[in-house]
Design a protein around this ligand. Structure first.
Ligand SMILES: [Ca+2]
Length: 478
């Protein structure tokens, strides 16, 4: 009896062991080759100086955003390719300088924007490419890349969309502007609690739904863009701030940090932290006079090619894959996110895509030393800039911040100033006369890049176009 019973067991054991080993090996291999999730968090009009981790204004705690820096790398010279909302978003989406395809300025409000104005259909988005690589793709928040149906996020590589198509939105009223409603897919939603909470919640739900497959979440908050609106639950945190405007701004930034916390917690809860590459940046610098959003030591504001318009909070996290708690002073730009995400996803980057962005992964891991870019380029109407090493060539606007008084005309390097940002982060001392050779070198580099760009396909918003929106809430302008 025993003999007969034991025999099959004796036979079964080696097979069982073999199958167990094969199963475990397959599981390990599967885990190692799992494509990482990609999370891109974009703040709107957040000044360089505002977050706790940036080390300047310490008035508004941002523990959740700061945790990205604690777990990853903060770039002190992190840039965006536009000093304004839509151009920066076009650059991020394509990984290319937006002036290559004429997207130099914002589309205007829905009522005055022609159906042809939006992110060029000749361009391929990061959503298109990650979707083709098998990713579930979700976009939760602002678009600002065109209103016509062909520009809708669902047509640009995204499976799911919840947000609005204009440049700004009421935080509390879903239908505050019939021309720019909050949409689920393409259908206006009936109610809204608070855009910041809602966008975070939608991202969390998407991650939960797709936890077992690779996903890409693009989370562009309208916070902390105007209008200044918040909820009592956030305002009550800042009872110590007497100034109403500043208090409301603080509440908005705090709400955004909370919403980001819910997303990061969901990733942790799903045990996906080591499988998720996370980026955070702002689309342009702070318009301090309008919202109080401050740019720390930087000169200038949103809409300018001074550092205050284009240098932003910029950080990346990939637990277990890139260093934690590191501060990196090498210049990077939001164009880099596109190729970096693709490289992480195992997508081979083709030269014919003509990306301006650089895959930062080897620079983050230390595999490559040196600077990712020889030079960074800006053109915004007649404002120009170029950064090369510690040096910056710049022809900036006046000192007021958002201005629409730039005369039309071609940009040129005539009269451009020269600064050494390592010694002079505030762009106070123009060194052009003292360093004619350096001025010449940077001018030549700007002219070369500029010769590759095309003229803007549409002009800068005019005040007149905005007035046409009427007294109801302003929407698409900024
Ligand atoms: Ca913006």
């Amino acid at each position: 009896m025993n003999h007969k019973l034991l025999n099959p067991l004796r036979l079964a054991s080696p097979w069982l062991l073999l199958f167990t080993l094969l199963f475990c090996a397959a599981a390990v291999a599967g885990a190692a080759t799992r494509k990482p999730n990609i999370l891109v968090i974009l703040a709107d009009d957040l000044g360089y100086g505002e977050l706790g981790c940036q080390g300047y204004t310490q008035q508004i705690p941002t523990p959740n955003i700061d945790s990205i820096v604690k777990n990853g790398v903060r770039f002190t010279s992190g840039y965006v390719s536009g000093p304004y909302c839509s151009p920066t978003r076009a650059g991020f989406m394509t990984g290319r300088y937006q002036q290559r395809f004429g997207h130099e300025f914002n589309p205007g409000p829905a009522q005055t924007t022609p159906d042809t104005v939006g992110l060029s259909l000749k361009e391929t988005t990061i959503g298109d490419r990650l979707k083709a690589a098998g990713y579930a793709t979700g976009w939760f928040g602002k678009s600002h890349l065109g209103y016509a149906p062909q520009f809708h996020p669902l047509k640009r590589g995204f499976d799911e969309y919840f947000g609005f198509l204009g440049g700004m939105h009421d935080y509390l009223d879903a239908a505050g502007d019939v021309n720019n409603p909050i949409l689920r897919g393409t259908a206006p939603v009936a109610s809204l609690d608070y855009t910041t909470d809602a966008f975070g919640r939608e991202a969390v739900n998407f991650i939960e739904k797709h936890r077992t497959e690779p996903w890409f979440v693009y989370l562009p908050f309208n916070a902390v863009h105007a209008p200044l609106e918040s909820l009592e639950k956030y305002l009550s945190r800042f009872a110590n701030i007497a100034d109403t405007k500043r208090r409301t701004y603080a509440a908005m930034q705090s709400a955004m940090d909370d919403a980001i916390g819910t997303v990061l917690n969901k990733i942790r809860e799903c045990k996906l932290e080591e499988d998720t590459l996370i980026f955070f940046f702002s689309d342009n610098g702070g318009p301090t006079a309008q919202t109080t959003s401050a740019n720390g030591p930087l000169r200038g504001f949103k809409s300018q090619t001074w550092e205050g318009g284009i240098r932003v909070a910029w950080m990346v996290q990939w637990k277990g894959r890139i260093p934690a708690g590191k501060v990196d002073h090498r210049p990077v730009i939001q164009l880099d996110i596109h190729p970096t995400a693709l490289a992480a996803a195992g997508v081979a980057i083709k030269p014919e895509w003509k990306l301006d962005g650089v895959n930062l992964l080897p620079y983050l891991t230390g595999e490559k030393s040196g600077a990712p870019h020889e030079a960074l380029f800006w053109r915004f109407g007649q404002q120009i800039a170029l950064r090369m090493g510690d040096w910056k060539l710049v022809k900036g606007a006046g000192s007021k911040g958002i201005e629409r008084s730039d005369p039309l005309g071609k940009a040129s390097t005539a009269g451009a100033e020269l600064y050494n940002l390592k010694q002079d982060i505030g762009e106070k001392e123009n060194l052009a006369e003292k360093n004619p050779e350096k001025l010449k070198e940077l001018t030549a580099a700007w002219e070369k890049l500029n010769s590759e760009m095309i003229d803007p396909l549409w002009g800068r918003n005019s005040g007149a176009a905005e007035k046409k929106v009427g007294k109801k809430r302003k929407t698409g302008a900024e």
